[in-house]
Design a protein around this ligand. Structure first.
Ligand code: ARG
Length: 643
């Protein structure tokens, strides 16, 4: 970013003797902060209101025709005169400024428009200088923003968290996309981010899986396709277990009927016992017990399944630009931490015995939270128990300032129970740092080859679809260098943008045709916009120095001015996104901005313009490309340069 001294020089040229800087603002990261500080300086004497009240009520606008910044006069909470009368008064008294036009008075609002020339002089160099980090603000994550030696705040983002040998369903897909985005977001805000994958890799079902592998497993298949093969094995053995259980059920019914008739049942009971003893379920229970007890053979084979699955997951996540710092999982939660939690819960009267099991009655805190089992009759732990132990373990190990669980809203109750139990245990320090980021469902997620089971299948299918769409434009298709790779990247963008377009909590329809279209607000559209900007740069063929020395005062057309105004909003959009934690905040902006770029092409040609004008326009497009690129990367997309 430009230094404050560099900014001061530019501002002096524009006509301001010093850099206006309200407390806790970042003029060199966000040029619009300069405007807010400047407006505050001018408005304080006119309104008689304290600067610290004015600054925070200066709002950004939804559309450029409403101005760049507005002041809702009622927000100043002035007594006496009516707000619209005050607005008129302030409008008239507002002095000449080198940065902003005289405000327009609209009812109780003052609309401020940035003067185009000074704005271009501030914004374009800021973007060119900050480049890939323009708009991001690494100071937000500092423990003390004025003293970086105090270090960064630390956040754990737990996301994706699929279950080994089970399908990767839509909930995992959304968690992966949204979690990847949130991790990027906090990183761009200067936090120390730990990306964690908490695998479902523990419980009796892994005993079932091991037995299944003994019967149906293939070493070769396991190495070739661990995730798919383990799933197939699990499906087969589960079917057998299910059938056995049905027979056991039938036998029990039979015995009941005999008993009702007062018939002798000894023989039948012996038979039933034999069925139970020989069942897959029983064997799996025994197997899992060996795993719990740390039996080497049992643990080794399970660990192999886990390690091979993780290796494969890593490759798939890489396609989405995601790398985890930690592959944790339910299996990794230590008995000690769960026992310690159990002791605290008992001592604090949080938990109670209930027919041999241990439960926590959360209805005392909130009726909706219900009662939760934390230990089964047979003494084994549950999903919730492991989450309790894991949270404390993570806190001890990472001393996080914040921890986010990115999990579908189907698990709202589970996470609410988890946080409530932490609080009841007297661990508000942990509970208050935890947040559940939830999201709605994907409706109708199936691929052409049936219901989607694995992430790779989904990505392959959208890639194929994208390839088809690309082929429909014969001319263009011939120019694409590596069509397979491009189709793959575009397909991934299609899925991700469709997922992040709406508010997280909304459900959406998985619509392959719509998401893969180049028209409308889609991933391929954004990619196309990016590739087109890259192509303009290639064709113009100017050096970096030429672009940086461009004379921005030549950018006078309405299209140019509006695009610059739109670009100036990006740092505010970023800050706002940190508040909303919604990817749609970024996407809505990127679509607006790229529409503004598209409508400029006819009016602001680069090739064929006078040399100086060509430079200035290319500088503008370069800045637009940079902002689009930064936004796309923040979302986790891989911007393409050609397509
Ligand atoms: N593996 C779980 C599932 O597929 C999601 C885990 C969510 N995270 C957690 N800490 N409970 O449903």
């Amino acid at each position: 970013v430009p230094t404050l001294d560099e900014l001061a020089l530019t501002l002096k040229d524009i006509g301001l003797s010093e850099v206006p800087q309200a407390p806790n603002t970042y003029p060199n990261f966000n040029p619009v902060d300069i405007y807010r500080s400047h407006l505050t300086d001018l408005l304080a004497p006119i309104t008689g209101v304290e600067p610290k009240i004015i600054y925070p009520v200066l709002q950004w606008t939804q559309t450029l025709d409403m101005g760049d910044i507005v002041l809702p006069v009622p927000a100043l909470r002035l007594k006496g005169k009516k707000p619209d009368t005050l607005a008129q008064e302030f409008g008239t008294k507002f002095p000449e400024s080198p940065l902003v036009e005289k405000p327009l008075v609209k009812g109780t609002y003052l609309q401020f428009f940035f003067k185009p020339q000074p704005l271009a002089r501030l914004i374009l160099p800021s973007i060119l200088k900050a480049g890939p980090s323009f708009g991001f603000n690494p100071k937000l994550g500092l423990r003390d923003p004025s003293d970086s030696s105090q270090g960064k705040k630390r956040i754990i983002v737990e996301f994706s968290s699929p279950n080994i040998a089970k399908p990767f369903h839509a909930g995992h897909l959304r968690s992966t996309i949204i979690g990847g985005f949130l991790a990027n977001l906090y990183e761009a805000a200067g936090w120390d981010v730990i990306r964690m994958n908490y695998l479902g890799d523990w419980g009796k079902q892994y005993g079932v899986l091991a037995l299944g592998f003994e019967r149906f497993g293939s070493e070769e298949e396991l190495l070739r396709n661990p995730i798919g093969h383990l799933y197939d094995v699990y499906v087969k053995i589960s079917a057998i277990a299910h059938e056995e259980n049905e027979k056991i059920k039938a036998k029990k019914e039979e015995i009941k009927a005999l008993q009702a008739n007062n018939e002798i049942i000894t023989e039948q009971e012996v038979e039933l016992q034999r069925m139970v003893d020989e069942s897959t379920d029983e064997a799996a229970r025994g197997y899992f017990k060996r795993m719990v007890d740390g039996d080497k053979d049992a643990v080794d084979i399970w660990k192999r399944f886990r390690d091979l699955s993780i290796e494969r997951y890593k490759q798939t996540y890489a396609r989405l630009n995601i790398q985890y710092d930690v592959y944790s999982g339910e299996s990794q939660v230590s008995d000690e931490s769960m026992e310690a939690a159990a002791t605290t819960m008992a001592e604090k009267g949080v938990s109670e015995d209930s027919e041999g099991a241990v439960i926590v009655d959360l209805t005392k805190i909130n009726k909706k939270l219900g009662k939760a089992v934390v230990k089964k009759k047979d003494g084994t732990s549950l999903y919730l128990t492991r989450d309790i132990g894991a949270a404390f373990e993570r806190y001890d190990k990472y001393k996080f300032d914040k921890m986010i669980y990115v999990v579908a809203s189907q698990q709202d109750l589970h996470l609410a129970q988890l946080f409530a139990i932490e609080g009841a245990m007297g661990r508000k320090d942990v509970a208050e740092k935890c947040q559940h980021i939830n999201f709605g469902m994907v409706l109708g997620m199936s691929t052409r080859k049936g219901t989607a089971k694995f992430l790779d299948d989904i990505l392959r299918d959208v890639g194929d679809k994208m390839h088809e769409v690309m082929r429909s434009n014969e001319e263009k298709y011939k120019q694409v260098e590596d069509p397979d790779r491009t189709a793959d990247t575009l397909g991934i963008s299609a899925v991700m943008v469709q997922d992040m377009k709406g508010k997280r909590i909304n459900n959406y329809e998985f619509d392959m045709d719509r998401m893969c279209s180049f028209e409308g607000d889609t991933g391929p559209y954004l990619q196309y916009a990016h590739a087109r900007l890259c192509s303009i740069t290639r064709k113009a063929n100017l050096s970096q120095e030429e672009i940086e020395s461009a004379d921005s005062s030549l950018l006078t057309e309405k299209h140019a001015v509006d695009l610059i105004r739109s670009l100036s909003q990006w740092p505010d959009v970023f800050i706002n996104t940190v508040k909303t934690q919604e990817p749609t905040t970024v996407l809505t902006y990127l679509f607006k901005m790229t529409h503004s770029v598209s409508s400029s092409y006819d009016h602001l040609q680069v090739v064929g313009s006078e040399p100086e004008l060509k430079k200035a326009r290319l500088a503008l497009y370069t800045c637009a490309r940079q902002v689009l690129n930064n936004g796309m990367r923040l979302l986790g997309l891989n911007p393409v340069e050609r397509m």
